[in-house]
Write a protein that binds this ligand. Structure first.
Ligand code: NAP
Ligand code: MG
Length: 399
């Protein structure tokens, strides 16, 4: 065999849980290690090891991502009451993705992998639509109350000098509800820069929408920050790249997206992104074909699959079954990370390898060899259901 492809800087490797942890190892063994002199700095984010290290390993892996710039992450369990019992955890640890996102202060971009035979439910969509969700503040960090009878609700902001600003929200005549939300200029600016940078890198238009006609201060601030940063820092770069930044109202953008051919990045406020990303995953066919990358405003990248640890398949695997779990999104997390590492370190062989691996994967699917989840949605006339290992071997043959 020819010499393996060399790497110079390690990838930050964040291992994870359950079925995806099994796929993780298979992908490395079958498709990467035989061809690449793989350099990683390994962090075990499996539930047990997070518990053993009091979750320090998650923090360390995020700090390593800040240091090296590129990470690849396996799906991980987010602890809940059932997991505390199952793993005998010391406590209900925070979501690793939340911890990593807080340290990198990044934006998550979710992009579907499109392949012949799996048509989006919207027939006009020819290219993938990427959702960029601002994962900070708004209703996710609210303060809310029930009002149980006649009452005056006010918004009060007390400055550092003790000065108060008040606005009446509602003079309640009877029972009701009230909620306060916030965001920060800093976070919105970081969100904007992450989106502009990602659009330039992908060479795709960026669309952004809020409800600024109704929310004349709150949503309008998002619109203004995006526009100011665009005009000052990105306008010329966008023009040179032949791409566009486009702002409109949230209800207008929904209609335009449905009528579009796809191929753009759609930046969403936190709640809009929560709702729209699930709609997009469904409309594009499968959560197992959705990739996800966290991009920090200072240019660090963490690649992962959008789905979870596929717990139900794991329990069948533990009973000895060879499951037909789809490894494509996890594999594309690896190729995304290798391509980015190759670009940063000027390693054209590594960039090329990532492309070949992706092409061989798409070719395998288009020849009708696929995991069970895709057999159920594919319109190809001849399709064959294989298990995860057989699928990865079929990719290897084609590569
Ligand atoms: P899930 O792992 O995404 O799986 C839900 C179901 O979707 C599966 O049971 C399976 O359906 C199908 N599915 C998802 N990915 C698939 C794949 N690659 N191939 C084939 N089918 C796939 O969600 P979950 O079961 O709700 O969550 C399990 C664990 O994952 C939880 O502990 C959760 O905290 C964690 N999670 C982690 C992340 C992350 O790390 N980014 C994200 C979400 C959830 P069938 O069983 O019908 O085949
Ligand atoms: Mg959601």
């Amino acid at each position: 065999m020819a010499d393996k492809i060399k790497m110079t800087t390690p990838l930050v490797e964040m291992d994870g849980d359950e079925m995806t942890r099994i796929l993780w190892q298979m992908i490395k063994d079958i498709l990467i290690v035989p061809y690449v002199d793989l350099k990683t700095e390994y962090y075990d984010l499996g539930m047990k090891h997070r518990d053993d290290t009091d979750d320090q390993v998650t923090v360390d892996s995020a700090l390593a991502t800040k240091k090296y710039g590129v990470a690849v992450k396996c799906a991980t369990i987010t602890a809940n009451a059932a997991r505390v019992k199952e793993y005998g955890l010391k406590k209900m640890w925070a979501s690793p993705n939340g911890t990593i996102r807080a340290i990198l202060d990044g934006t998550v971009f979710r992009k579907p992998i499109m392949v012949k035979g799996i048509r989006p439910l919207i027939p006009t969509w020819e290219k993938p639509i990427t959702i960029a969700r601002h994962a900070y503040g708004d209703i996710y960090k609210n303060a809310e109350l029930r009002v149980d009878g006649p009452a005056k609700a006010e918004l009060v902001v007390t400055g550092a000098d003790g000065k108060e600003i008040r606005r009446t929200i509602m003079d309640f005549q009877d029972a009701g509800i009230v909620q306060g939300v916030y965001n920060t200029d800093q976070s919105i600016s970081n969100f904007a820069r992450s989106c502009f940078n990602f659009a330039l890198e992908q060479k795709e238009d960026l669309w952004f929408a809020t409800k600024d006609t109704v929310s004349k201060i709150y949503d309008h601030r998002f619109k203004d920050i995006f526009q100011d940063i665009y005009d000052a820092e990105y306008k010329e770069k966008f023009e040179a790249a032949g791409i566009e930044y486009f702002y409109t109202l949230i209800d207008d953008v929904v209609a335009r997206v449905v009528r579009s051919k796809g191929g753009m990045i759609w930046a969403c406020k936190n709640y809009d992104g929560d709702v729209m990303s699930d709609m997009m995953a469904t409309a594009f066919g499968s959560l197992a074909m959705m990739t996800s990358v966290l991009v920090s405003p200072d240019g660090c990248y963490e690649y992962e699959a959008a789905h979870g640890t596929v717990q139900r398949h794991y329990y069948r695997y533990l009973k000895g079954e060879k499951t037909s779990t789809n490894p494509v999104a996890t594999l594309f997390a690896w190729t995304g990370a290798m391509r980015k590492r190759g670009q940063l370190d000027q390693l054209p062989d590594l960039v090329d390898f990532a492309g070949r691996l992706e092409n061989a994967t798409l070719q395998t699917l288009e020849e009708g060899i696929m995991t069970g989840d895709l057999v159920a949605v594919s319109s190809l006339p001849d399709k064959k259901k294989v298990n995860s290992e057989e699928f990865l071997e079929a990719i290897r043959e084609r590569m």
